[in-house]
Ligand binder design. Structure first.
Ligand code: BES
Ligand code: ZN
Length: 636
């Protein structure tokens, strides 16, 4: 009997340890459970001639236990020296290179003894190298103005380690102050509040401070011939002069979006909310760097119709930047919640039916990604298995849209049981309770359950909880277990047009109807064609290409939807369409467009697709280069 319970005891310990090892962020080498970084003071010297950043970083740590080594994440960095900031002594360090091929980079081991409770500061002198992809240096020709060079960083997901040696995990939050030195007449911006600048003669150093603790992936800087326009009390638009006025108009509603988000959640804590419009190689639509959202110039449509990306990045001010996932396996806590808030903003800014149409249309891309990864593969779950993988490898619509669908579902079963918008109340309390922390999905789940009991009592709470299949929603791969109803007043109109389109009997004035449609209706129209398994005949191709004139570049989302549909189902791929596609592939470095289009182009015309990629490759961001390369390899 005694030995049996002993056996159970060991099994229990084993399972317990297994869980701990699963729950730690597997995309970091750092020993953050033993010694935790609290503050970073960085000096970045931006060297355009060598395309490198010469860095001097002082990092503060608190020891949570006794230890003799500090392990930091790095990749593609040249470490020059490590100094104990208190004694001024050089510390011994090791930078293994047997990990060269590891997706997570190379651990930097710094040998220093410490005891629980110690406060330590370490100074590291290092350089970034051309092998890294966190920093992109653009030659003048690659900018909009074509006269001055430009530099920007992209640290999400695990690229901060290519900008500075750090505990590169969202589980650790630090305050950050930086000085960025650039040659005159360039200007530098950073994801913190501007403090002051010092003129050094030929160069200027700009100082920024982020007093709210942030995870490393939110550290961001940029330098170039950047100008600024004030668009509201807390918002400036930064960018090259050729773009900054266009962007100021396009994103005019930013203040309104922030207020709508505040009205739904809790007050905005970050002080300023600025936007930086980047040159065309920026690989994302937007990136929520605190106080300084980065956006792609492909959002400039002239009619504000793509500004929902800004609503998205604003929403990250709560989900992601304030309450942060604690590892990349819980990425949906950032993106799914943000999609949910984004659509709350859009619901108030435009109307509820547009928000539903957006959700309905995005379900198509979700379905495509689930099928692409495989319905039984962990990457199609909300808890992807990332051991040994780069966190970017599983990037898809799944955390965004499956995550959104889960929250939408929770709202739809909670709210009918209450007289108030109870789901919103719970979300507000969630942001209040977990702000400034990094949390796991399980923390959200427990919190949600506790609140239901507290607000509704046992009977009602149990009735709701027994409907929720947590495992199938979160852990299991494949399609969501429940299909939400997003029916709305716009989709019928589009669906009717689709039916007529396939019957070749659209009215001759359809092009006037189409022109007047909100961009989202156009997107839904084109994505419906893409997901319908029907070949497009000459009449239909002619209608899209020449009557509706969709191959002309007036709105990046519409162009993308058109090329994606035609590549997938066009009976032919006419030369003029191919030429227009090639032009589009050279226009923006945004991966949302490039990755699916290259995949489909490659499937239809391997040689031209490959040649096009080779032609533009060097103009794309290194992240995009790597991922497109990976996509094409998967097709061979
Ligand atoms: N945080 C993401 C961008 C990101 C994700 C960068 C993962 C690196 C790794 C950002 O908030 C985002 O989701 N951008 C979207 C906006 C869209 C969903 C409205 C984009 O870039 O398209
Ligand atoms: Zn996002």
């Amino acid at each position: 009997m005694a030995s049996l319970s002993n056996k159970y005891f060991f099994v229990f310990i084993y399972i317990y340890l297994l869980n701990i090892s699963i729950e730690k962020d597997t995309n970091t080498f750092s020993n953050y459970e033993i010694i935790k970084q609290t503050k970073i003071e960085a000096n970045f010297n931006v060297d355009f001639s060598q395309k490198a950043i010469h860095g001097l970083v002082k990092t503060y740590f608190t020891a949570l236990d006794d230890g003799e080594v500090i392990v930091l994440d790095t990749r593609a960095l040249k470490i020059n020296s490590v100094i104990d900031s208190d004694t001024g002594e050089e510390l011994e360090f090791a930078l293994d290179d047997q990990y060269e091929l590891d997706a997570n980079g190379i651990p930097l081991r710094i040998y220093k003894e410490y005891n629980k409770g110690d406060q330590i500061a370490i100074l590291i002198k290092y350089d970034t190298t051309k092998d890294g992809s966190a920093v992109q240096f653009l030659d003048p020709e690659q900018t909009t103005g074509k006269i001055y060079p430009f530099m920007f960083t992209q640290c999400e997901s695990i690229l901060c380690r290519e900008l500075l040696p750090t505990q590169d995990t969202p589980a650790v939050k630090v305050t950050v102050s930086v000085g960025i030195t650039v040659e005159k007449p360039l200007f530098a911006v950073e994801s913190g509040i501007f403090q002051n600048k010092i003129d050094n003669g030929d160069t200027v150093t700009y100082f920024y401070e982020q007093k709210i603790p942030i995870p490393s992936y939110l550290i961001a800087l940029a330098a170039g011939k950047i100008e600024e326009r004030v668009i509201s009390d807390r918002t400036k638009v930064y960018g090259e002069k050729e773009l900054v006025d266009l962007a100021s108009y396009e994103f005019e509603d930013t203040e309104k979006f922030i207020q709508l988000a505040e009205a739904y959640t809790i007050p905005y804590v970050w002080g300023e909310y600025n936007l930086l419009i980047l040159p065309s190689s920026f690989p994302f639509g937007g990136m929520e760097n605190p106080t300084l959202t980065f956006v792609t110039p492909s959002l400039i449509a002239g009619d504000k119709s793509l500004a929902d990306v800004v609503a998205h990045e604003i929403s990250h001010s709560w989900s992601g930047n304030l309450v942060t996932m604690d590892s990349w396996s819980d990425f949906w806590l950032n993106e799914g919640f943000t999609m949910f808030l984004q659509r709350k903003i859009i619901e108030k800014h435009i109307d509820a039916d547009i928000a539903k149409l957006d959700a309905q249309f995005s379900y198509n891309t979700l379905a495509e990604d689930i099928i692409k990864f495989g319905e039984s593969k962990s990457f199609s779950s909300l808890k992807p298995y990332l051991v040994g993988r780069h966190a970017d490898d599983c990037f898809s619509e799944i955390p965004y849209e499956k995550g959104f669908n889960f929250l939408y579902y929770l709202e739809s079963i909670v709210n009918p049981q209450s007289d108030i918008d109870l789901f919103r109340k719970i979300l507000k309390q969630y942001f209040t309770k977990f702000k400034y922390q990094s949390i796991k999905y399980e923390d959200f789940k427990q919190f949600f359950i506790d609140k239901l009991y507290e607000e509704l009592g046992e009977t009602k709470a149990n009735a709701i909880l027994k409907q929720i299949d947590w495992v199938r929603w979160i852990e299991a791969p494949g399609f969501p277990p429940v299909k939400n109803d997003f029916s709305n007043k716009y989709s019928t109109e589009v669906e009717n047009a689709i039916e007529k389109f396939y019957n070749n009997n659209l009215p001759s004035d359809f092009k006037y109807t189409f022109v007047k449609w909100h961009t989202l209706l156009k997107q839904y129209f084109l994505s419906s064609i893409r997901v319908t398994d029907k070949e497009l005949d000459d009449t239909q191709l002619n209608l899209l290409s020449n009557v509706l004139n969709l191959k002309e570049g007036y709105n990046a989302e519409v162009n993308f939807g058109y090329f994606a549909a035609v590549l997938e189902h066009g009976k032919t791929l006419e030369d003029d369409v191919k030429q227009a596609l090639i032009l589009f592939l050279g226009k923006f470095g945004r991966m949302k467009y490039l990755r699916p289009l290259y995949i489909d182009f490659y499937k239809r015309d391997k040689e031209t697709a490959r040649a096009t990629f080779e032609k533009y490759k060097s103009s794309y961001h290194p992240i995009a280069q790597r991922l497109i390369e990976m996509d094409l390899k998967n097709l061979d």
